[in-house]
Design a protein around this ligand. Structure first.
Ligand code: ATP
Ligand code: BTN
Length: 246
C-alpha cells in the first residue's frame, strides 16, 4: 500500500501548480495529482512542457520533507532512476539519464522531472515532484524545440496509461524508500551506470558562463563532476545549469 491520497483532474494549468495550491490550502501530504491535460505545463527555468490531452502522463507527488536532514540531496536524480525503471518495465530498452534529471530514449527526450519546494528552507517543508512522460504522443504540433520521443514510438504499440501509473508509483515508492533510509550514496553507482554521457565531452552552461570538460560522473551529493581541459576536477550543482554533449 502506498498510502497516497489521489487527486484526478481533467484539465489543470500544471499538476505541480495544482499540488502547490493544495498544500497552501492545507492538504496533507503525501498525495498524488494526475491530469489528463495541462494548459501551462512547466519545465525547468520557466520553460514550457508540451502537454496535449489524453496521451501522456502528467504526474505530481507531494511529500513532506525535512530540509535539515539529507532529505533533498540527490532527490531529483533518484526520481530519474525510478522513472527509468518504470520505462524499462514497460519495454523501453534504449533509455538513459541526462544530468540532472531528464530521461532520454534512443537519443531523444521521453520524460522530464521538475521538483519544486515550499515553505521556509530552515523548517519542515514540502516538495512537489512533477513527472511528465510522453506515453502515446505521436505529434507535438511543432511545439518542442529539441528531439523528443514517446514510449509508443519506442516500443511500437499503445501503452495503457493506468498500468504505467501503477508501475511508476511502485517504482517511485521503492526508490524513495531507499533514498530515505540510506541516503543518495546508496544509489549513486546505479545512477552513474545509467548516465547517458559518462566519459563524453560536454559543455555546461549557467547563464553566460560556459565550462567544457569530460563528464566523469556525479559525487555523493549528486553534483556533476567535470574534468576540465586544464585537468582539474570541478563539481557543479544547482537548478540553473544546463548540460550539452559536444
Ligand atoms: P536542460 O534543462 O538540461 O537544459 P532541457 O533543454 O531539456 O534540458 P528542460 O527545462 O529540462 O530543458 O525541459 C524543457 C524543454 O523540454 C523545453 O524547452 C522543450 O525543448 C522540451 N520539451 C517540452 N515539452 C516536451 C515534451 N512533452 N517532451 C519532450 N521534450 C519536451
Ligand atoms: C523538464 O524537463 O524541464 C521538466 C518537465 C516536467 C514536466 C512535468 S509534467 C507534470 C508536472 N507538472 C508540470 O507543470 N511539470 C511537471
Amino acid at each position: 500500500r502506498l498510502g497516497w491520497s489521489l487527486w484526478i483532474r481533467d484539465t489543470v494549468d500544471s499538476t505541480n501548480a495544482d499540488a502547490l495550491r493544495l498544500l497552501q490550502g492545507g492538504a496533507n501530504a503525501p498525495f498524488l495529482v494526475l491530469a489528463e491535460h495541462q494548459t501551462s505545463g512547466r519545465g525547468r527555468r520557466g520553460r514550457i512542457w508540451v502537454s496535449p490531452p489524453a496521451q501522456n502522463i502528467y504526474y505530481t507527488l507531494a511529500l513532506k520533507i525535512s530540509t535539515g536532514s539529507q532529505g533533498l540531496t540527490g532527490l531529483s536524480l533518484v526520481v530519474g532512476l525510478a522513472v527509468l525503471e518504470a520505462l524499462r518495465r514497460t519495454g523501453v530498452e534504449k533509455a538513459g539519464l541526462k544530468w540532472p534529471n531528464d530521461i532520454y530514449a534512443d537519443g531523444a527526450k521521453v520524460a522530464g522531472i521538475l521538483l519544486e519546494l515550499t515553505g521556509d528552507p530552515a523548517d519542515i517543508c514540502h516538495v512537489v515532484i512533477g513527472i511528465g512522460i510522453n506515453v502515446n504522443m505521436t505529434s507535438s504540433a511543432g511545439g518542442i524545440d529539441q528531439p523528443w520521443t514517446s514510449i509508443k514510438r519506442q516500443i511500437g504499440s499503445l501503452v495503457d496509461r493506468s498500468e504505467l501509473i501503477n508501475i511508476l508509483s511502485e517504482s517511485l515508492h521503492q526508490y524513495l524508500a531507499i533514498h530515505a533510509r540510506e541516503g543518495f550514496g546508496a544509489l549513486r553507482d546505479e545512477w552513474q551506470r545509467n548516465n547517458m554521457w559518462q566519459g563524453r565531452r560536454c559543455t555546461l552552461s549557467a547563464g553566460n558562463l560556459q565550462v567544457k570538460g569530460v563528464m566523469i560522473g556525479i559525487n555523493e551529493q549528486g553534483a556533476l563532476r567535470l574534468m576540465t581541459d586544464d585537468h582539474k576536477e570541478q563539481c557543479f550543482s544547482g537548478g540553473e545549469l544546463s548540460l550539452r554533449v559536444e
